[in-house]
Write a protein that binds this ligand. Structure first.
Ligand SMILES: [Zn+2]
Ligand SMILES: [Zn+2]
Ligand SMILES: [Zn+2]
Ligand SMILES: [Zn+2]
Length: 525
């Protein structure tokens, strides 16, 4: 691993690669600093926020007080900070909004998922013996769409839709497409016929997708209970289903759920489960295929629907959990076989969690913009569902004549139009799956405090039992921090600073990826 030092353009202390002509640092120049000090101030601030693209700026101060003595141990004034204000990272999940913060989110998600797979971070190591299944639950088809197709073992390169070449839809449009699309082709995910495609049901499905998932978890518990010949309440004394799940937008704008589902025994994580991973996979498939959800019509002109997951269902056993089998198969290379290595699955999930809808407000893909409009349209219809046919409202009327349209489940759809009607969380886990993201964040803040303290004292950081101390539930301290901060704004003061922060973040990311590639596969860098 001596090559670690030779990664081009990045070392532990590589200087920021800028010359005085490229940046202005308006704020610092105005305060009479030289370019060099201004650059140092920026570099220190940018590093402190992890090269966030849109840091939040705060004015104010904080005091650390020892509650046993009432003595002010230390004071911190934003005005004394290198750039004259306190900068905090934006914390955005999405890679297209803030690459740096998104990466931290991905790393935390990875750590959360990994510890539920292999133990660590407050989860017992024996959890690695529990049966584990990786499942992808999809949205049904609402009409044929253009897409990238596999060819010769590659993900793309195949013909879009070479079937039904002589057939036309009721609108006279061809039902086949002989083109080969690439990932970046804006047509990917859009309908072959916009009039045939059922945008309304697509949005209604997406709106209810979180409830479909909840029904699935109930169905899985019932399937397990019936397999074991138990009642639902007896099942709780025998085993528990734990999962980490991530929602990912597909090209057509609908979410898929990717989930790692683990079966624990009666005493929680690490205690032996009553069925193996292969049986669990079978029950998951049965439960997913059986889920149905009756949903009401949007208005009088609409129809009631029965929603389900798509027939494309991917359920794979990651670990059987049988005694005598390896906790995970690290001897087989997942790139050359179908075997899933738990850490790689954690890596996929963490990456999915940072994806966005791909609705670029400046130039949205037309079919995604259409879904956004459909959300608003359905919310409008739901708000006036009781209006009789042909009723012409007066100008100042809101259209509802019954007073109960406000209770329609669809009335909030417009609020979620920018998410294409998906109102769920992107990364969720069941309570006992593993450590929470909040606890990981708290541990990171605690680490930063300990490190800063050690640096102030000129001492090396005491690493004895560090992880346990960082993740401890309660901090044994008599010190409290009292702050009074006001919001001053968001973002760097010049575009040059933002670009520099993003360039530094990109370089740090490339370096970390390169370093991770030297170590083990799967982990997001
Ligand atoms: Zn950020
Ligand atoms: Zn096509
Ligand atoms: Zn058509
Ligand atoms: Zn009404």
């Amino acid at each position: 691993m001596t090559q670690l030092d030779t990664f081009p353009g990045f070392g532990e202390h590589a200087p920021l690669d800028v010359s005085p002509g490229t940046l202005t640092f308006a704020a610092q120049a105005a305060r009479g600093r030289t370019f060099r000090t201004a650059l140092d101030a920026f570099a220190e601030t940018a590093a402190a926020v992890g090269f966030c693209s849109h840091p939040i700026r705060l004015n104010g101060s904080s005091m650390t007080i020892d509650t046993t003595t009432g003595v002010v141990v230390s004071e911190y004034h934003g005005a004394d900070a290198p750039m004259g204000q306190l900068y905090r990272p934006c914390g955005n999940r999405r890679a297209d909004v803030c690459p740096a913060c998104s990466r931290i989110y991905a790393r935390d998600t990875f750590a959360m998922i990994r510890s539920g797979l292999l133990g660590g971070k407050t989860v017992p190591e024996t959890v690695a013996q529990n049966p584990l299944v990786f499942a992808t639950l999809t949205a049904p088809s609402f009409g044929h769409v253009h897409g990238t197709r596999p060819k010769n073992g590659h993900k793309a390169g195949g013909t879009c839709r070479p079937y039904d070449r002589t057939k036309t839809c009721p609108h006279g449009r061809s039902m086949s497409c002989m083109r080969v699309h690439t990932d970046t082709d804006p047509i990917v995910g859009s309908p072959l016929c916009w009039d045939c495609y059922d945008f309304t049901t697509a949005v209604v499905w997406q709106w209810h997708a979180p409830e479909l998932w909840r029904r699935f978890t109930i169905a899985l518990r019932r399937a397990l209970a019936s397999y074991l010949g138990l009642t639902d309440s007896q099942l709780r004394d025998v085993c528990s289903v734990q999962y980490a799940k991530v929602a990912e937008y597909q090209a057509r704008g609908l979410v898929h759920f990717h989930a790692l589902i683990r079966l624990d025994g009666p005493d929680g994580p690490g205690s032996p489960a009553p069925v193996d991973g292969t049986t669990l996979a079978g029950l998951i498939e049965q439960a997913a295929r059986g889920v149905r959800l009756d949903v009401p019509p949007v208005d009088g002109a609409d129809v009631p629907r029965v929603l389900a997951f798509g027939t494309q269902l991917d359920v794979r056993t990651v670990r059987t959990g049988l005694p005598g089998t390896a906790a995970h198969s690290d001897v087989e290379d997942a790139r050359t076989s179908d075997t899933l290595v738990p850490e790689q699955v954690a890596g996929y999930l963490a990456k999915y969690a940072t994806k966005s809808t791909n609705v670029d407000p400046a130039s949205p893909r037309p079919h995604l913009a259409r879904l956004t409009r459909e959300c608003r349209r359905l919310a409008d219809r739901a708000a006036t569902a009781c209006r009789p046919d042909g009723y012409e409202p007066e100008e100042d009327e809101d259209g509802c004549v019954c007073g109960t349209c406000i209770d329609s489940p669809y009335r909030l759809l417009a609020k979620w139009a920018h998410m294409l009607g998906f109102r769920g969380h992107f990364s969720t886990k069941s309570r006992r799956y593993s450590v929470t993201l909040g606890r990981l964040r708290a541990a990171r803040a605690r680490y930063a405090r300990l490190k800063a303290q050690a640096e102030r004292d000129g001492q090396p950081l005491d690493v004895t039992d560090l992880e346990r101390r960082l993740l401890a539930d309660d901090e044994e301290t008599t010190l409290v921090v009292q702050g009074s901060w006001t919001y001053a704004g968001t973002g760097w003061s010049t575009n040059g600073e933002k670009e520099l922060a993003e360039a530094a973040a990109a370089r740090a990311r490339e370096y970390a990826q390169w370093k991770a590639a030297q170590n083990r596969p799967g982990q997001p860098a």
